[in-house]
Design a binder for this molecule. Sequence first.
Ligand code: TMP
Length: 232
Amino acid sequence: MADLNAKLQNFRAPTFPGSYFFVLEGIEGSGKTTQINFLKSSFEKLDYRVLIVREPGGTIFGEKLRQAILQSNTDIHPLSEAFLFASSRAQLLHEVVLPELEKPRTIVLMDRYLFSTIAYQGVARGLGPELVISLHQYFPLNIIPHLTFYLKISVETSFLRQKHRNLPKDYFESRGKDFYLKLSSGYDACLNMFSSFIYINAEMDNLGVSTQMLGAIHKRFPDLSSLQVTQV
Ligand code: TMP
């Protein structure tokens, strides 16, 4: 435990004045895409430059890794998965996130990040959260967002929303209820590890979810107090 705490101390949010890095996390159907678009509109109303990126992917190299994993027909070793996601992430940080945040008044909004690797590879695929944290001890992988919104829904709500969407399922989405329960416990574990990882009740309607997210932003960042909920 002492070792884990020491490793957690190595994580840092970027320090480019006036620019912010926010991440949305949650299981399938938690509403990340909708809420990212709401946040984008809200920040644009305040004349911020807003960039949306997704993981895995966001660079040419990362999109290749995304395909290699998500379109795989054979089982990949969980450690291979963890390294692939971490490679895609390091490249995205180096090539896009950090250079963009360096520009004034920039908001980077990211769909999934390190916390997905903790939940999916660390807990659901059994590597253990500590191993994933160990893989992320080196720059730029030790960069964490200013805030991460954990859009929490139950596994039942996730399945119901996926059924309504009726989209083809990828390598992870096609797994059963036990896998999803482990994912939820992996995300719950992040609440105890990272003070910037914020629980949001995503069973509520879209406006209710956005309101909670903005409340968390206002509380932590007084210079963003004029940010208002915007529906797109
Ligand atoms: P999505 O962009 O459609 O959510 O697909 C990404 C999939 O990859 C999703 O099932 C979650 C999974 N994933 C991991 O297993 N580990 C990771 O570190 C990341 C970023 C995603």
